[in-house]
Write a protein that binds this ligand. Structure first.
Ligand SMILES: [Zn+2]
Length: 289
């Protein structure tokens, strides 16, 4: 993934917080098991037991923006952390163009160890997630090296990271379109052909759609998406397939327990999004995903 050093970045789409470090990050199988339930999920507070509707994250709006210095593509060369601004700006740039006035801007917040969110207190163990209550994507950046490349064995790279962020913004789009509420109102659903899995696969498909359009805007900070980038994004999607994680955690493969879909399903829908470039084609519901 290449960046235009002269392109502007908008750090106002970012936030930071947390980092108390009181809760240690676990390792090994325990971490995998937690991720099995929650990885790339939505609203972990429901499962963590810390959720209170309407709860305001502590210190919200008062903490300094740790990305304020990320003002151009050149900033990424000086501070690699600025790449998160690039991913966020590019993904939101696409969706605001595609959805027009129906799009509302979300925020990406990074944290260290744990953070208080509109969906309850989350730790790094839950992996990146989207909280609909405060329309924020949360992630601990150590996830990419420790989990995605480490435990999950993905190739990694910027396109793989951007895919993860774009998947979470896919949930934001689902929040705006109402499909998220529709699915969640039916309760927690698992299984290969469940609405819960269809929701996740649609977020994968939306990530693929964004990747296709990431370079459309001539002012975009992302200037090229190569075949290698696409391969890395799809490799990341495959790495987080439920069947693969079940195997890695030492158990058998049980499709009834799937929450996000198999590696094959996730590959299929990420690729569908990229090949069509059309969010209307992300009809993962009732299509025999
Ligand atoms: Zn998800």
């Amino acid at each position: 993934m290449q960046y235009n050093s002269g392109a502007q970045l908008d750090p106002s789409q970012m936030g930071g917080g947390g980092g108390g470090g009181r809760i240690a990050v676990g390792g090994g199988v325990g971490l995998i098991v937690v991720l099995l339930a929650l990885f790339l999920g939505i609203d972990p507070g429901v499962i963590l037991g810390g959720a209170q509707q309407g709860q305001q994250p502590s210190g919200r709006g008062s903490a300094p923006n740790p990305y304020a210095h990320c003002t151009s593509g050149a900033s990424i060369e000086q501070d690699r952390n600025c790449r998160f601004v690039a991913y966020t700006n590019s993904v939101q740039g696409y969706w605001s163009q595609a959805m027009g006035q129906n799009y509302q801007r979300a925020t990406t917040k990074t944290f260290d160890s744990q953070i208080s969110t509109g969906c309850g207190t989350a730790t790094s163990q839950v992996g990146p997630f989207y909280c609909p209550n405060d329309m924020t994507v949360y992630l601990d950046p150590t996830f990419f090296d420790q989990m995605l490349k480490g435990e999950l064995g993905a190739q990694g790279g910027d396109a793989a990271e951007a895919y993860v962020i774009a998947h979470e913004y896919g949930h934001h789009v689902q929040n705006l379109t109402g499909v998220m509420e529709k699915v969640q109102s039916q309760g927690r659903q698992t299984g290969q052909n469940s609405a819960g899995v269809a929701l996740e696969l649609q977020a994968d498909c939306y990530a693929g759609v964004w990747l296709k359009h990431a370079t459309d805007d001539p002012h975009s900070v992302i200037t090229s998406i190569t075949q290698d980038d696409l391969n890395r994004a799809i490799d990341a999607a495959v790495s987080v397939g439920d069947d693969r994680i079940q195997r890695k955690s030492g158990g058998g493969v049980n499709p009834d327990a799937w929450t996000h879909g198999s590696s094959a399903q996730r590959k299929k829908w990420t690729a569908t999004g990229f090949s069509t470039g059309d969010p209307q084609r992300c009809n993962t519901f009732g299509s025999g995903a």
